[in-house]
Design a binder for this molecule. Structure first.
Ligand code: MN
Length: 396
């Protein structure tokens, strides 16, 4: 595996020098200030690449080249967005960036109810609590028919909890949930969220799959011609939220994806953190089954709290949590070996430690939620240890 690290660009409080000291070999980044639907120019891509290479690193993966809401909702006026996405691919290919991660999550990119839940160790972690989320949906957002989306007991608990909320609690919970909306360039409020949700009325799972299919048919042949690898990130969390359909949550979803437009360019971002929040996803088994299509790995571990879907979970240490990370890494190493045997040029799959708990001096430094310097360094170091140990085979 190639060890990479997500960097949010020059404004990121974790610098490229620090990333190199953490032992990362490559960078995962995007031009975050360009709005979804707009084109990434070759000059802008080159400037970012030069910064990364001047620090002794390489730009291995784009995360993400954003897919606009117009494309996701199948809006008739999305033609320009398709053209821009394809032009961005061509510009990235011209600068030698070949792996492109994207997602097809409607409206929300990721969702948590607590961005700094205290752990017994003194660390803090991202958490999704189903009761808090339902309280937001039913009692703060006041979404019509929200109650029907939760088991009766969850609705009762959520209403009881919401009745105890102070103004501050309501504000904090709303801010935490809206933090997962893509928006370095936008300012979100409850009303914008309601507007965005309304754009999906009438789009069910089949409809959203149809829109993804249209997208794949438009971009995969271009990516294949350019020798690029597209990879779709799973839903986070992997179940429908706020009445929105989700179509990248399970093994069945990914089998659909790779079969819809069969191509080496149509692949998977395997995020063990997102997929791991469902107890019915067998992650090592999915790596074995989907292995040849995996172009990028996010290694992260969540602790499932009740084992229901939907349910509650928090982000655990990389080798703790509900996912057998050693088994996942073993399956990835086997896949890399298979690729080497078949002479595949992409035998080394880029991975990054996805998220980390805030520990030590992380508590004093402002970074993006889930992206502290030291918590991720620890995660990468642990994962690297497993990778190296397993590569040595059975040493008893
Ligand atoms: Mn991820």
């Amino acid at each position: 595996m190639r060890q990479t690290w997500r960097w949010f660009g020059p404004l990121d409080n974790v610098t490229l020098t620090e990333i190199r000291q953490a032992g990362a070999q490559g960078i995962v980044t995007a031009l975050y200030d360009i709005a979804p639907g707009e084109m990434w120019s070759r000059a802008d891509i080159r400037a970012r690449k030069d910064l990364i290479e001047a620090a002794g690193l390489s730009w291995d993966v784009v995360e993400s080249l954003p897919v606009s809401e117009a494309i996701r909702t199948g809006a008739p006026d999305a033609t320009l967005h398709f053209e821009n996405w394809i032009a961005s691919l061509e510009n990235l290919a011209a600068e030698g960036v070949q792996v492109i991660c994207y997602n097809f999550m409607p409206v929300l990119d990721w969702t948590r109810t607590d961005l700094a839940a205290p752990m017994a160790s003194g660390a803090t972690a991202l958490r999704f609590n189903l009761i808090d989320f339902a309280a937001f949906d039913i009692c703060i957002l006041n979404r019509e028919s929200a109650e029907a989306d939760y088991p009766v007991q969850v609705v009762e608990h959520a209403k009881a909890r919401a009745a105890q909320f102070t103004q501050d609690d309501r504000r904090r919970l709303t801010a935490n949930i809206l933090a997962g909306l893509p928006g370095t360039v936008e300012h979100w409020t409850l009303d914008t969220l309601r507007e965005r949700l309304a754009a999906y009325s009438g789009i069910d799972k089949a409809g959203l799959r149809q829109n993804l299919s249209r997208f794949l048919h438009a971009v995969v042949p271009v990516a294949e011609r350019l020798n690029m690898r597209l990879c779709c990130h799973p839903d986070d969390p992997p179940w429908p939220l706020l009445g929105l359909p989700r179509i990248m949550s399970t093994q069945e979803d990914y089998i659909w994806l790779v079969n819809e437009v069969p191509s080496p360019a149509n692949g998977v971002t395997f995020c063990t953190g997102s997929l791991g929040a469902r107890p019915d996803n067998d992650l090592p088994g999915m790596v074995s089954l989907l292995g040849e299509h995996i172009h990028f790995l996010h290694l992260r571990n969540v602790r499932i709290e009740e084992g229901t879907v939907p349910g509650s979970f928090h982000e655990d240490e990389h080798l703790a949590g509900s996912t057998d990370m050693v088994a996942v890494i073993r399956a990835v190493l086997n896949e890399e070996q298979r690729r080497r045997k078949h002479g595949r040029k992409d035998a080394q799959i880029p991975m990054r430690p996805d998220h980390g708990q805030n520990i030590l001096d992380d508590h004093k430094r402002q970074t993006a939620p889930g992206y502290p310097a030291i918590g991720r360094l620890k995660g990468l170091a642990e994962l690297r240890g497993v990778m190296i140990a397993l590569s040595h085979g059975d040493t008893q």
